[in-house]
Design a protein around this ligand. Structure first.
Ligand SMILES: N[C@@H](CC=O)C(=O)O
Length: 305
């Protein structure tokens, strides 16, 4: 299968039963719905929205298998690879390959968030994980406000390495975005550039090939249209779609932290009738009682319920 993520790649949540186990039946229903939505190019599991780091290795593998089966060849399943050490991440990638993943979204080593990294370490992490698993990889650009963000040179070097075919950019610094995206485009013309700025998608929509976002797991239909409008440089249409989604964007992503967004995604899916419940796993906590009403009226405003 050719890995072409030009369009929408949702990162679906991982549903849990009320007892806290992975709810594979609901995951399969969610995966099948998303895979069958026009314009969806792939599904990314085990990322932030998928609570991937909250799952055991066995649960992670089972999630990949369930989604591969549910997608039934319609779209590739891409696994978030989050292991802290490079060897641990490479083993995780190998397990994902065995479970049927077609690509990996390789996260920075999370210690880097606090301590930063040695020059060359990100390049080495991408090289080793690809060499040891054979998995095609997506570069994950973290926010500028973290110490795990990659400077332009590092992004250029990683994206020149074998196996790296796309970048998911969440830099959240428009000066860097406007400076670095044109250089990546010019220097790496085959690199697929995907935004992950869930909370202000419009602002990045005109420079990208697509979006790889948790948001896509609850509102794939308008997001596909928003990406198409951006690629057509139709600002008026993009603005209209953005405005219809803005209350939902606020209800899901303009909360105290991005972590609360995952809880909100599950509530939205329950309200849309896609999931039977919105259980999350610790360290996530339920949202305030008012959240459900806010999400419901935002979904109505967007015409999604
Ligand atoms: N959209 C978020 C969370 C997704 O992985 C990000 O920017 O990292």
């Amino acid at each position: 299968m050719t890995l072409d993520l030009r369009g929408l790649t949702p990162a679906p949540v991982t549903p849990f039963t009320p007892e806290g186990e992975v709810d594979h039946a609901s995951l399969a229903a969610l995966g099948s719905w998303l895979a069958g939505t026009d314009g969806v190019r792939g599904l990314v599991c085990l990322g932030h929205a998928g609570e991937g780091t909250f799952l055991t290795a066995e649960e992670q593998t089972a999630v990949v298998r369930t989604l591969v089966e549910a997608a039934d060849g319609r779209v590739p399943i891409i696994a978030g690879i989050t292991g802290e050490g490079t060897r641990v991440a490479a083993l995780e990638a190998r397990r994902a390959v065995e479970a049927g993943a077609a690509a990996g979204l390789l996260y920075p080593s999370h210690g880097w968030l606090r301590f930063g990294y040695q020059p060359g370490a990100p390049q080495d992490r991408y090289r080793a994980v690809h060499e040891e698993s054979g998995l095609p990889l997506i570069l994950f650009q973290y926010p500028d406000a973290t110490k795990a963000t990659y400077d332009l040179e590092t992004q250029l070097e990683i994206s020149a390495q074998p196996g790296v075919f796309a970048t998911k950019n969440g830099v959240r610094n428009m000066r860097r975005w406007d400076t670095e995206i044109p250089v990546l485009r010019a220097e790496r013309p085959d690199l697929q550039i995907l935004t992950c700025h869930d909370e202000y998608l419009l602002h990045t929509m005109f420079d990208v090939d697509g979006a790889l976002v948790g948001y896509g797991g609850i509102a794939p239909e308008p997001l596909v249209r928003l990406i198409e409008a951006g690629r057509a440089r139709d600002y008026a249409l993009a603005r209209e779609i953005h405005d219809s989604l803005l209350p939902l964007t606020k209800a899901v992503y303009h909360r105290g932290s991005h972590m609360e967004g995952t809880v909100a995604l599950k509530i939205a899916l329950e309200l849309r009738g896609v999931l039977p419940g919105a259980a999350v796993r610790s360290p996530l906590l339920p949202l305030a009682d008012s959240a459900r009403g806010e999400i419901e009226s935002a979904l109505k405003h967007a015409g999604l319920i």
